[in-house]
Design a protein around this ligand. Structure first.
Ligand SMILES: [Fe+2]
Ligand SMILES: [Fe+2]
Length: 395
């Protein structure tokens, strides 16, 4: 539910707390699982939405739109119920020596959920343990149809017409690249959130991995945005008079918005419409894996000789990206253990990449998806530049 909440939050800064809470709860779930395994011999379950919590069935989401208020109320209700349950377990096991480990565990874990007022009635019966009907990974939900962009950004050019700015040797190239990168890091967090909310019947480590990635990417987004903003005065000093970026910088300083990004934003729709396997190939296999080496070049850029804190931040991003590349590989192998099937899925996902990017173009542009595909095919027949959909556009 925190992952769903993240997908409704505009502010990159405010997403940090949501992602941190999600990780704390998933880590808590892992501790509960570990305790139950050691002390009760309970086998590790597959994770799935309970019927009554499923966002659409619980009325938290309908037609791709999330009811933020209801979602927040449901999160608070869950926190309070968990807190009351743990307080009751603590109370029931107090002074029962044979149950001392349960008492200790309830006491330690209750810190995660904050205070409980045991006089307050629990809002529902003690939940039954989730019992997935099937042991096959399934898509249980389609994420929200759109995700908001931080107000710092302004949608301008289309990726159909021009490429976003690339990393370079000057601030003029690099600073606009960094704020676009901030929006793409936000996409990576959204992708992880989508994997968390949409996929049922995977083991807990899958959710632990994607919760960690969601938080990492949320931090990367804030890091790149803050780094770009800190460089705006130096950028303004470097730009020639009359350069259009002067107006954008002024708008950002005065109104807190205006940093130009593609009209398609961070291409959320492309990832929303992708399958889990396609996400793992396009983002983890084809973007994050090569990004680890590419970041080395950025870390050593002469631009950071006088700004070591930026190089240090990129070094941390690189460390995190290495773990994302690894976790992507881990779950691709879990889902497709046969090497030939995996190879085939990688090739198929690459074929789908441009088609998926066009879903973002259609969502934010004037032309329907079918028309964009027809144009693409026509351009393919004539040797012209078409959106390549390289991984670099995604992270
Ligand atoms: Fe990242
Ligand atoms: Fe990443």
């Amino acid at each position: 539910m925190h992952a769903l909440r993240l997908l409704t939050e505009k502010s990159l800064e405010d997403r940090l707390g949501i992602a941190a809470s999600a990780v704390a709860y998933f880590d808590g779930a892992s501790e509960v699982g570990g305790f139950l395994s050691r002390y009760a011999g309970t086998p590790a379950p597959l994770i799935a939405w309970r019927e009554e919590d499923h966002p659409e069935k619980a009325g938290l989401m309908s037609a791709g739109e999330v009811d933020k208020l209801l979602l927040e109320q449901r999160i608070e209700r869950g926190r309070r119920d968990a807190s009351i349950t743990l307080a009751e377990v603590g109370e029931a096991t107090r002074a029962v020596e044979v149950l001392a480990p349960w008492h200790d565990f309830a006491r330690r874990t209750s810190a995660l959920f904050g205070p409980a007022d045991v006089r307050e009635p629990r809002s529902e019966q003690l939940p039954e343990a989730a019992r997935p009907a099937s042991r096959t990974p399934t898509k249980a939900l389609q994420g929200p149809q759109s995700a908001p962009l931080d107000p710092a950004f302004r949608r301008t050019y289309s990726i159909l017409d021009s490429d976003p700015p690339k990393y370079g040797d000057t601030l003029q190239d690099t600073v606009p690249h960094m704020w676009v990168l901030a929006s793409r890091e936000a996409l990576a967090a959204e992708l992880a959130a989508l994997c968390l909310i949409e996929c049922d019947n995977l083991p807990l480590p899958f959710y632990l991995d994607f919760a960690k990635q969601m938080w990492d990417e949320a931090r990367h987004a804030v890091f790149y945005l803050n780094a770009a903003v800190s460089l705006l005065p130096d950028l303004a000093a470097e730009l020639p008079a009359g350069h259009p970026l002067h107006d954008d910088i002024r708008a950002f300083r005065e109104e807190g918005t205006g940093l130009p990004v593609p009209r398609e934003g961070n291409l959320y729709e492309a990832m929303l419409n992708a399958t889990l396997i396609e996400r793992l190939v396009i983002m983890h296999h084809d973007t994050e894996t090569p990004a680890v080496a590419a970041l080395e070049e950025q870390i050593n850029s002469t631009l950071w000789a006088r700004r070591p804190q930026i190089a240090a931040g990129i070094t941390i991003v690189q460390m995190d990206e290495r773990t994302h590349a690894r976790l992507g590989h881990r779950w691709l192998k879990h889902l497709l253990p046969d090497r030939h099937e995996l190879e085939e899925a990688i090739q198929n996902a690459r074929l789908m990449r441009t088609m998926l990017l066009l879903t973002s173009c259609a969502h934010h542009g004037q032309q329907p998806y079918a028309a964009l595909v027809s144009q693409l095919l026509a351009k393919k027949r004539r040797p012209q530049r078409v959106p390549t959909g390289t991984g670099a556009e995604l992270d």
